[in-house]
Each structure stands twice: as structure tokens, then as C-alpha cells.
Design a protein around this ligand. Structure first.
Ligand code: ADP
Ligand code: MG
Length: 313
């Protein structure tokens, strides 16, 4: 049996241009579940991880809007909320797809904390996109009114960015592995995990949003996954992305990818962390990582689509 860690992009729940009501979320997550169910049935042990950019942004905006009436909530608590929110959506949609096929399989969402370093440079240089897409004008206004840091998103438009420190450890990895080994489909490291810092013998929550691809790779390495798969809204990794000389990579050795990474082909906050996460996993385990389109999940997981990152020759 192959132990897979599959990271789902934000578009599995909300697509650019969606308003974000429950109907749209169910529609999107059902599509993702349909794409994943064949993988789950193919004799794989599966751990699903997911992003939370739009959802944590939504909650951050909501708590700001009612801040004069009720106590403000910290970002770590908002991340925890999104793990419940999105975990529920995936769990329910996937169970429905299994039920349609007459299969009964356990699915569990695990609230996950991820350790970061207190002095991580990510706290000084925020790169993580959260929330809605705004025009440049709106972005300027929000920046003035709420002190948000706004940056242009590669998909177009402006979004809020928050601190995104490097994930170092996943505290719930043992239980995740135990459940996966028992045949349970596990949903974990939601939104990159709830960030905590280690202070001597205890952990203290901090306000940040960890990149879900990097956090997923830390989990995948820790549980010695056989394969690490990142599903997103593009067909793979491109060199010179969106330029006239754009070139999509089908198979790439990790050393070669490192060179492209250093040449600046993959921006922070989008393709950068996916490539970095894949390289970390491949270098640590000697197994392959694949980045591809969620719509084509089955083929991506089997290496027939997407960009396959290979260990050193
Ligand atoms: P996710 O929600 O799946 O994590 P991200 O927005 O973080 O999605 O990353 C995927 C996006 O990365 C794509 O939609 C694409 O616009 C962008 N991107 C930037 N550089 C590249 C590249 N070199 N190759 C492919 N996609 C890229
Ligand atoms: Mg992302």
C-alpha cells in the first residue's frame, strides 16, 4: 500500500471570482472529492492537507467588522476555525462520493499544530496571501484604514498578505500516521497548521499563516510518505510562467529544479513554496513529488500528468 500525502489548493473550495456562499463551496469541494475518490479506492493510504487563504481572510475580515461589539480573535484561533470548516467540507463530500460507490471508509479531520521559530525572518517579511481580491484603489484604502499589508497576486488583483514563518515540525504527526495506517482517510495540517512556537518545554500559539505546501511536506517527511502530491489550479510547474517563452516541465530532477528555483522562476506565496516543499520532500525521502492540476488528480497521482520531481540520478 502506498502512503500518499495530497495537498489541496485553495481553489478546491473557492475559485477566483466566487462569492463564497455555501452552495459554491459544496459545488467545488464535491468536484475535488470526485477527483480524489478514485485515488482513495486504489489501495492507497491517504492523508489530505489543504489551504485556507480565502477562508482565513474571510474570518479575519468578519472579526474586524464586529470588533466594536465582541472580543477580537487572534489569527491562530481563526486558522483553527478554518481547519474545522474545511475539514468538514472535505470529510462530508468525500464520504458522499464513497457512499455513492457503496463503500464505507472512515474519514477524520485532525486539528493540527505546526511548530515555527520565534525569530523566523517570515515575521518581518509577510508573503502569505489571504482573503479576497481587491482593486489597487480598494487595497490602498484598506491598507490605510486597517493597517493591512496589501500586495499584487500573480492571478491578478491585490490581496492582503500576512507573516508566513517556516514550518519545522507537525505536533500531531503520530496520530495522523496511526489513523492512516488503520485505513482512515485523514485530513490534517489544514491551512498549513496552527502556528506555535516552542518555549522551553511548552508551545505557545503565534499569529501567522503557515504555507500549507511547506507544512504538508514537513508532515510527509515525518510520516515517511511514499509520494507527495500537490494539486492546484495549473497543470504543473512552468519556466518563464506567462511569458512568450513559457515552458511546462513534465519531469525534472531535483537538482535541476533547484537551479530554476534560484533563477527566480517561482514566486513566493504561490509556486515558490510548492517547488520548495517538493524539493524538501524528494531530498529527504528519495521518493518522488508531483505538482499538477486538481481536475486531473487521478492522472497526476499516477505520474501521467503534472510535473514529476525526481530524486538525484
Ligand atoms: P494554491 O491555492 O493551489 O496553493 P497558489 O496560488 O498558491 O495556489 O499557487 C498556484 C499559482 O501559482 C497558479 O495559479 C499560478 O498562477 C502561479 N504560478 C506562479 N508561477 C508559476 C510557475 N512558474 N508555474 C506555474 N504556476 C505558477
Ligand atoms: Mg498556495
Amino acid at each position: 500500500m502506498t502512503l500518499l500525502v495530497v495537498a489541496l489548493g485553495g481553489n478546491a473550495i473557492l475559485k477566483k471570482g466566487d462569492k463564497g456562499g455555501p452552495d459554491e463551496q459544496w459545488r467545488n469541494v464535491s468536484k475535488a472529492a470526485k477527483a480524489l475518490v478514485s485515488v482513495a479506492l486504489n489501495g492507497n493510504k491517504m492523508v489530505i492537507t489543504h489551504g485556507n487563504g480565502p477562508q482565513v481572510g474571510y474570518l479575519a475580515e468578519a472579526v474586524d467588522a464586529i470588533a466594536d461589539k465582541v472580543p477580537h480573535q487572534s489569527l491562530d484561533i481563526l486558522v483553527a476555525m478554518t481547519q474545522g470548516w474545511i475539514g468538514y467540507l472535505i470529510q462530508h463530500a468525500l464520504q458522499e462520493e464513497l457512499r455513492k460507490r457503496g463503500i464505507n471508509k472512515n474519514i477524520a479531520s485532525v486539528i493540527t499544530r505546526v511548530v515555527v521559530k520565534k525569530d523566523d525572518p517570515g515575521f518581518k517579511n509577510p508573503t502569505k496571501y489571504i482573503g479576497r481580491y481587491y482593486t489597487e484603489k480598494e487595497a490602498e484604502k484598506l491598507s490605510k484604514e486597517r493597517g493591512w499589508l496589501m500586495k499584487p497576486d500573480p492571478r491578478g488583483g491585490y490581496r492582503r498578505v500576512v507573516a508566513s514563518p517556516m514550518p519545522r515540525d507537525v505536533l500531531e504527526s503520530d496520530i495522523v500516521l496511526k489513523l492512516a495506517n488503520e485505513g482512515t482517510i485523514v485530513i490534517a495540517v489544514g491551512g498549513g497548521g496552527i502556528p506555535v512556537v516552542k518555549d522551553r518545554d511548552r508551545y505557545i500559539p503565534v499569529e501567522a499563516v503557515i504555507d500549507k505546501d511547506l507544512a504538508s511536506s514537513v508532515l510527509a517527511i515525518k510520516i515517511s510518505a511514499d509520494k507527495f502530491v500537490i494539486l492546484t489550479d495549473v497543470k504543473g510547474v512552468a519556466l518563464n510562467f506567462k511569458r512568450s517563452n513559457e515552458k511546462w516541465l513534465r519531469e525534472v530532477y531535483v537538482g535541476e529544479l533547484e537551479r530554476y528555483y534560484n533563477e527566480g522562476h517561482f514566486p513566493p506565496g504561490s509556486m515558490g513554496p510548492k517547488v520548495r516543499a517538493s524539493m524538501n520532500f524528494v531530498n529527504s525521502t528519495g521518493n518522488i513529488a508531483i505538482i499538477g492540476s486538481l481536475e486531473d488528480a487521478y492522472n497526476v497521482i499516477n505520474g501521467r500528468s503534472g510535473t514529476v520531481v525526481l530524486p538525484k540520478r
